[in-house]
Design a protein around this ligand. Structure first.
Ligand code: DQQ
Length: 474
């Protein structure tokens, strides 16, 4: 008998099997979305990196394609290296990938930027002149990876993540043909508090401003950061004035963006499933089911009126909605059960709004993915006094631990609005008018599907709650 793996995600992208990390080469090409990803196709642990590949017409339903890149050349063939992260561009109809070739020679890390092209969008050929950038500039060092390429005024530009001593940086390059690159300078770097290495930088125009995204190493709990500022292409300098977190969860990493046919800026990130300590030892509960890691739901990136960013789930996800349950104007009292038993599921979307004007409750929250005896559960709790949102996984599954909290802004809003997506092992929470997002993995028993809404200290008025069971996208 074949046992069914109930942990598989129903609408978050996963590889057909085995290990997955960063999204790569996101592009809307010839009317379809292409998603490449860091992949080890021979096991559910990190190994020599390949580029997995899939495409989609709507960002929800994905078709798996053959592996696009495998380590095969002296500049990317190594059992500790491979074809590391990078991006894709449409070069006059030719789908062109820029990636990092990684090898370790005599104990020394060598990272170079390489190119591969495809005529049919499926089969890729590595460029015979690789590497196109053989090593870091004087401002960088051996950690020199994750090229993100875009076009501006007839020139191609590339930003590469690097470090010098303990300062994380984004280095800027320029080219007219994607093959010969000239170093421009440091696009932006850490001010001493923003990490020792910047992975997966991404740079784009948004409205009348420019945005730099990166995943800093060594910035504590801050895993994904955005900077908003102005770009001067004459000097190659990006001057930023606004900084924020792309996601406040612990396992959201290496987001990459792209522009789609509707003119939207969309990001997708890796939802990782590994314990950093001890290094490379613990790959999470799904490893035994022969998979590890997934992609976040695609999110649009928009500029808010005060210059901060908003990240909203793409509207295409609404096609997954099935049974709908709605309650309006409900009083949630301490200890009372408000939702019917059948409301919970391991695959659902929740939108709730609570009135905070005159609210005397201390805390308002959700119990999610709870077992019937309540011993297994995940808590999402808003503290009315401190304005903090807490994601508590201490009783989620026996593997995840810890509490992530974030202070909400809720600038001038009288209501607390929570938009929650649940998919077997993933919970994504959007709040603060989509300015605050928190994504975490949990691994409860498949039968733990109960949910509740609660208040502590006093009652709260829930203006509305909408709950949809979602269908699988596969
Ligand atoms: N993962 C890739 C690197 C990148 C890191 C290797 C971020 O290119 O810097 O799989 O997760």
């Amino acid at each position: 008998t074949v046992s069914k793996d109930l942990s598989r995600l129903k609408y978050h992208f996963m590889a057909p099997a085995y290990w997955i990390n960063d999204p790569n080469g996101l592009i809307f090409y010839k009317g379809e979305y292409h998603l490449f990803y860091q992949h080890y196709p021979y096991g559910s642990k990190w190994g020599p990196m390949h580029w997995g590949h899939a495409k989609s017409k709507d960002l929800v339903h994905w078709e798996h394609l053959p592996i696009a890149l495998a380590p095969s050349e002296p500049y990317d063939l190594d059992d500790r290296g491979g074809c590391f992260s990078g991006s894709a561009v449409d070069d006059n109809g030719v789908l062109t990938l820029l990636y990092t070739g990684t090898v370790i020679k005599d104990g020394k890390l060598i990272q170079t930027q390489c190119l591969a092209t495809s005529e049919d969008g499926i089969t890729f050929e590595k460029y015979e002149g690789n590497p196109v950038i053989p090593g870091p500039s004087e401002d960088g060092s051996a950690d020199f990876r994750d090229p993100k390429v875009w076009k501006h005024d007839q020139f191609w530009y590339m930003v590469v993540g690097s470090r010098k001593y303990d300062t994380g940086k984004a280095l800027l390059y320029k080219s007219s043909d994607l093959r010969a690159w000239e170093y421009v300078g440091v696009l932006a770097e850490s001010d001493g508090t923003m990490g020792y290495m910047w992975e997966c930088p991404d740079f784009f125009a948004l409205g009348d401003r420019h945005v730099l995204l990166f995943s800093p190493m060594g910035m504590g709990n801050r895993k994904t950061v955005y900077l908003v500022g102005d770009m001067d292409y004459e000097t190659g300098k990006f001057t930023w004035d606004t900084m924020g977190d792309i996601d406040h969860g612990y396992e959201y990493y290496a987001p990459q963006s792209f522009l789609d046919g509707k003119g939207r800026r969309v990001i997708i990130a890796w939802l990782n499933a590994w314990d950093w300590m001890p290094w490379f030892k613990n790959f999470g509960p799904t490893e035994k089911n022969h998979w590890s890691g997934a992609m976040s739901a695609p999110r649009t990136v928009e500029l808010d009126t005060d210059g901060r960013l908003r990240f909203a789930p793409v509207e295409e996800l609404q096609v997954l909605r099935r049974e709908h349950y709605r309650l309006v104007n409900t009083i949630v009292s301490p200890g009372a059960e408000v939702l019917p038993k059948y409301a919970g599921s391991d695959c659902m979307e929740i939108m709730a709004e609570f009135q905070l004007t005159g609210c005397k409750a201390e805390e308002i929250g959700f119990v999610l993915r709870a077992s019937s005896d309540g011993t297994q559960r995940t808590l999402l709790v808003y503290n009315v006094r401190t304005n903090e949102l807490r994601f508590d996984r201490n009783q989620s599954d026996g593997w995840s631990e810890g509490v992530q909290s974030v202070t909400l802004e809720r600038s001038g809003e009288e209501a607390l609005k929570l938009h929650i997506f649940i998919d077997t092992c993933v919970i994504e929470v959007y709040t603060d008018n989509d300015r605050t997002v928190m994504t975490n993995n949990i691994y409860p028993d498949p039968s733990s599907i109960n949910m509740e809404v609660f208040s502590i200290g006093d009652q709260v008025r829930m203006s509305s709650i909408d709950i949809w069971k979602l269908r699988s996208a596969w």
